[in-house]
Design a protein around this ligand. Structure first.
Ligand SMILES: [Zn+2]
Length: 267
């Protein structure tokens, strides 16, 4: 299993996984967009690299993808229902990633801040998230900030479609399992992106997600400029939203200063 590591100086970790469901190809477009953005010269990407470590497993179910399966692995398992007790023999990729995450969680020098599992949705429109429900009301409210920020920053992200649940049927998902394991400073989400289109708030016309828009938004011009007409694609806004969320969650003033140097260098 390939693991990409985009390392900064500090050990605050964002762990991203994609394509646990092999038929959800948009998950790979989003994941590729995140990687391209993170390694670009975009000023926000530079600051993110400076302060955070990104661990990315772009394809959690490579055998399912190779076989053209829609949801299952080679052995016929929906891996996103087996996070509670993955077997090294039956669910090897899941087992490996879970071991790595637990190892990081137990390392006092590492702080696992975010876990985001990228999926695609075959019937819903826009991008949206699933999050967890916690008894602690303050923790629950803090968890809602990130999708709210995404909604403000990405025109194709919908907070209305975002939901928080603890359904028994979702107990074995990465988001639910890690939400139960990690402490109150960590945030775990499933990010869903529509297979086909999004509706911009205040309008009724569906805008298709197209390969051309994806290619355009990945051009060096778009990746390296802080603003561009093509910058409505969810992956860049995801990172911008994440960055803003960091400011609110962590109260890390060095990050806040670095951020303002990017958005308002004249100050
Ligand atoms: Zn899925």
């Amino acid at each position: 299993l390939n693991l990409l590591s985009i390392e900064g100086a500090e050990k605050k970790v964002v762990f991203i996984t994609g394509r646990v469901h092999p038929g959800e190809t948009p998950s790979s477009f989003v994941c590729q967009g995140i990687i391209d953005f993170l390694v670009s010269q975009h000023p926000i990407a530079r600051v993110l690299r400076e302060y955070l470590v990104f661990k990315i497993a772009p394809m959690l179910n490579p055998d399912g993808v190779y076989l053209g399966n829609y949801r299952c692995s080679l052995m016929g398992f929906d891996l996103n229902r087996h996070w509670l007790d993955p077997s090294p023999w039956v669910h090897p990729t899941l087992h490996g990633v879970k071991q790595l995450i637990i190892q990081m969680y137990n390392d006092p020098k590492t702080s696992l801040e975010f876990y985001i599992d990228i999926h695609a949705h075959s019937t819903m429109m826009n991008g949206f998230m699933y999050g967890n429900i916690f008894e602690d009301e303050e923790r629950f409210q803090r968890q809602a900030i990130f999708p709210k920020l995404l909604c403000q920053n990405a025109e194709d992200f919908s907070y209305t479609s975002t939901s928080f649940n603890r359904d028994a049927v979702k107990a074995g998902t990465g988001r639910r399992f890690l939400g139960g394991l990690l402490d109150h400073t960590s945030y775990c989400y499933t990010l869903e992106v529509s297979f086909y289109s999004y509706i911009i708030g205040g309008t009724t016309a569906a805008v298709p997600y197209t390969e051309e828009a994806c290619i355009l938004s990945r051009s060096p011009l778009c990746l390296n400029q802080p603003s561009s007409s093509q910058e409505h694609q969810i992956w860049k806004d995801l990172l911008g939203g994440y960055f803003l969320a960091c400011l609110i969650f962590q109260k890390d003033y060095s990050v806040i200063l670095a951020y303002f140097k990017v958005i308002a260098p004249e100050l």
